[in-house]
Design a protein around this ligand. Structure first.
Ligand SMILES: CC(C)(COP(=O)(O)OP(=O)(O)OC[C@H]1O[C@@H](n2cnc3c(N)ncnc32)[C@H](O)[C@@H]1OP(=O)(O)O)[C@@H](O)C(=O)NCCC(=O)NCCS
Length: 182
């Protein structure tokens, strides 16, 4: 498995594959239209995980050229870096590729890519309280429950807001060295 460099949705050449994966993961709540809608906001980036090849992570930036023509698409994460936080907007792993670390690798790649560009202090996301696999993944990645957001997904459909505080080490800007003693 390998993780390609971040790209905008427009830069990816495999939109149909991405839409099919999204539909397989989310059912009627997924697919091309919704994916385009989610990705339309300025600044949003996609990282894809591809089958085959060596393990690795290309979280440090890129142009979307490396979206692995021919390699099976295992999953993707859509994220939005902002001035102090990175928001995980959407995440899906192909059913056949689950429980192999793909989701975790995608979360880590998105955070690393955002932190390489900006001074990111935390990562945030929303998840349905009934989505046990996603809750387990996010907790395994270090996210903590922050609040219940009423009606987040529509009337009566609440979300758990989760936050991962990132230490100084994950910030994109180099830290100033401590002053010399004396
Ligand atoms: C949620 C999802 C992205 C997880 O992806 P994944 O690649 O299977 O997750 P990983 O293999 O990286 O899991 C990492 C850890 O998360 C936890 N985890 C993930 N899936 C789990 C499950 N079904 N049950 C229990 N724990 C789970 C485990 O701690 C796991 O570590 P382990 O396998 O060593 O025990 C995937 O199930 C999915 O695409 N679901 C449908 C779409 C979705 O719900 N997206 C999230 C919307 S907020």
């Amino acid at each position: 498995m390998r993780v390609a460099p971040p790209a905008t949705l427009d830069e990816l050449r495999r939109l149909d594959d991405l839409a099919a994966l999204d539909a397989a993961a989310f059912g009627p709540a997924g697919g091309s239209g919704l994916l385009q809608e989610f990705a339309a906001q300025r600044g949003r980036r996609v990282v894809v995980a591809l089958g085959g090849g060596d393990c690795g992570s290309g979280g440090g930036g890129g142009s979307g050229d490396d979206d692995g023509d021919g390699a099976p698409l295992l999953g993707y994460v859509l994220y939005q870096p902002s001035s102090l936080a990175v928001q995980i907007v959407r995440l899906a792993v192909a059913p056949a590729a689950r429980r192999r670390g793909v989701g975790r690798a995608l979360i880590q790649a998105a955070i690393a890519a955002a932190a390489a560009q900006r001074r990111v202090a935390c990562a945030t996301l929303h998840v349905a309280p009934s989505n046990a696999p996603a809750l387990a993944l996010y907790r395994a990645c270090g996210f903590a429950d922050d609040a219940i957001v009423q009606d987040y997904y529509g009337r009566g459909a609440h979300a758990v807001r989760m936050v991962l505080e990132l230490g100084d080490a994950s910030h994109g800007t180099p830290q100033r060295p401590p002053p010399e003693p004396g």
